[in-house]
Ligand binder design. Structure first.
Ligand SMILES: CC(=O)N[C@H]1[C@@H](OP(=O)(O)OP(=O)(O)OC[C@H]2O[C@@H](n3ccc(=O)[nH]c3=O)[C@H](O)[C@@H]2O)O[C@H](CO)[C@@H](O)[C@@H]1O
Length: 366
């Protein structure tokens, strides 16, 4: 069998790009423990913290995105791009990987572009039903494009597509037998129903507003809440709720132990980011999705509808969340038949072998 010895993985910006990249790296390491893996990210972005925390080395490029407003940052963008291309060329040349994998996000542009220029094969992993700009741009020269949804022939050369599903970190979805540890970790009681609220890797204002108005009501109805609010909203919310949070409400910017959060939950309320959706299929919990309307081509609604159309999730629109979310939660919490129906249906959409299949595609191109 061909062996992976040196691999570059590039991309990031949000957890939705970083965590699948880490899942791919973990699977490569599981198969080829000696493989040397180097990540290439964007300076100042989330990957510069999360990738080393997962035990991998990362180099940052000075790349940034175009701001929608006219700003000084936009004026220096061409210089940042040029210096990112130069740095990416140096990194790729010196590390000399057998393959470079792009997971979407700014940094993967210069890195894979330079790998292409140096005749190193490239593989792209696209998490969503609507591809990001960088992946669309890199597709023409990629050797393989691993996707999670059908129908991406509209954007990518059909002969290069492999429908694998999204890579998900293994330990995140291993929840069996962890309930006791989970309740202890979050300081919750086994006697009450638990709702997990996650606004994607960065938190979601809509979900925070909805929870801000309804945690009290949920607590009064014997429902506990694990409320992940995201780092941008944390100061204001933690300040407001300091000393006043009802019993059985855990509020924090980020959950490092997602396995415990999933294990504790009877119901999950979540944004419909692609990796969150893939994880939810694997943990088989009843889910209420509130897709973000602020993403390219409304792709979170498409991610969500793929489940809703199969009876595998309920949907609450972003604009309606503040007024209806608490009642939706209470209604579902009181209907165990509906909960079973949702978890049975969501289980059928899981792709448990996605990460192995992606690594096989990577091996095939070297
Ligand atoms: C606003 C935005 O641009 N969202 C995009 C971003 O979502 P986002 O970055 O929110 O990513 P996803 O929802 O796809 O995945 C979130 C990941 O973060 C982890 N997690 C989350 C919260 C937490 O407290 N702890 C934790 O570990 C989850 O377990 C999961 O692994 O990338 C996704 C995949 O390209 C896209 O589908 C989303 O539309």
């Amino acid at each position: 069998m061909k062996e992976l010895k040196r691999v570059i993985i590039s991309g990031g910006g949000t957890g939705g790009h970083i965590f699948p990249a880490i899942a791919i790296a973990d699977e490569i390491k599981r198969k080829f423990p000696q493989c040397d893996i180097l990540f290439v990210g964007a300076e100042g972005k989330m990957e510069m913290e999360k990738v080393p925390a997962a035990g991998y080395k990362i180099v940052g490029l000075p790349i940034a995105g175009l701001q929608r407003r006219i700003t000084v940052q936009n004026l220096v963008l061409p210089f940042k791009l040029l210096s990112s291309l130069m740095k990416a060329r140096k990194v790729v040349k010196e590390f000399d990987p057998q393959v470079a994998i792009g997971v979407g996000g700014y940094a993967s542009g210069p890195t894979l572009q330079m790998a292409n220029a140096l005749k190193i094969p490239t593989v792209i992993q696209e998490q969503n039903s609507f591809p990001g700009k960088t992946n669309k741009w890199l597709a023409a020269k990629a050797a393989k494009i691993c996707v999670a949804y059908e129908g991406l022939e509209r954007f990518f050369p059909p002969s290069k597509i492999a429908v694998t599903g999204n890579p998900v970190r293994l330990e995140v979805t291993k929840i069996e037998g962890k309930k006791d540890k989970a309740f202890a970790h979050f300081g919750l009681s086994e006697a009450k129903k638990t709702v997990l609220v996650i606004g994607g890797s960065l938190g979601a204002k809509t979900l925070n507003d909805a929870m801000d108005e309804s945690v009290q009501k949920l607590a009064e109805n014997n429902i506990q809440v694990i409320w992940q609010c995201g780092k941008y909203y944390a100061d204001a919310l933690l300040n407001k709720w300091k000393d006043r949070l009802p019993d059985g409400v855990w509020l924090n910017p980020f959950i490092f132990e997602m396995d415990l959060a999933y294990a504790a939950a009877d119901i999950v309320v979540s944004r419909a980011g692609a990796i969150s959706v893939s994880e939810l299929c694997l943990v088989k919990k009843p889910v209420i999705l509130v897709p973000s309307p602020n993403v390219a081509e409304d792709h979170q609604t498409k991610n969500a509808m793929a489940l809703v159309n199969k009876g595998a999730a309920r949907l609450v629109k972003d604009t309606e969340a503040r007024s209806v979310l608490a009642n939706e939660i209470l209604q579902l919490a009181g209907d165990s038949e509906a909960q079973i129906g949702l978890s049975d249906a969501i289980e059928t959409l899981a792709k448990p072998n996605a990460t192995q299949d992606i690594v096989q595609e990577i091996i095939n191109v070297i």
